[in-house]
Design a protein around this ligand. Sequence first.
Ligand code: DGY
Length: 329
Amino acid sequence: PPTSQAAAGRPKVLVARKTFDDIVDRLRPHFEVESNDTDLPWPQDELIRRLQGKAGVYISGSDKIDVKLLDACPDLRVVCTMAVGYNNIDVAACSERGVLVTNAPDVLTETTADFGFALMMATARRITESEHFLRAGRWQHWSVTLFAGADIHGATLGVLGMGRIGAAIARRGHLGFGMPVIYHNRSRLPADQEGPLGAQWVEKDELLRRADHLVIVVPYSASSHHLIGQRELRLMKPTATLVNIARGGVVDDAALAAELKAGTIAAAGLDVFEGEPTVHPALLDCENVVLTPHIASATVATRRAMSALAVDNLILALTGGTAKTPLNA
Ligand code: DGY
């Protein structure tokens, strides 16, 4: 049956999350554009309503594209996320319905690795905890042990998930801070890629036992759900720190809060949370945790690059070109 899109003559697209106006403007010569100017995600029913007659959608990592939405939006041909992670998209269901999905890899790798490193350093050197102490007027005198933390240089860096971002973190640790690097990944890197990173593959439990600072960078999926829970935390050194810049749900936040309180590990730095933007209340109660609101890729330049890549993909895919970063082409 003819669709409203066909009736309009020009494809209609939806920009479901607010982004830079000049980047959205690139869509206008090609499409009829509707955009979300509120900077809040639309509830899924509203997203479905606004997607009627739309051929393409620009989304972020927090907009859910599932079977319900796909079946309710038969005109949808292309889904472009400005995130690298795509656990919010049922890619298999998209493929079954002939819907192209693109994500935004590479453009955020170095920025995200910078942040992972910053979070690791803030966590190990107790930066936010000590700032809270100072701001609360509790600093009475200099002390040898006041907020004494753990060294970064020379300490063993553990990387769980050796994709692009994991490798960029390993490189920083190896070249910049003289850290021995160990990693675990389902597949081992070829030797010529391990060499420049100074990285050694180990089993997951060995990684947990040996790392002084563990950075988690695995994608979220059913198989990585609660990859780090009570058992894994209890394998770690009591002096160790853990950083999660991957996705909430990879770490069991309730177990982490309990083990942080018990002193099983020294501290954690978390940029992502199960059920975010809600944060487990027990984590908010811990002093030895640095908490940030999912900002690892948040520099102006990188967020612009991520948005631009998603917009380029949308244009290419709907004007007869080839999307730059397809997930299911
Ligand atoms: C990503 O790109 O996956 C970041 O986590 C932002 O959602």
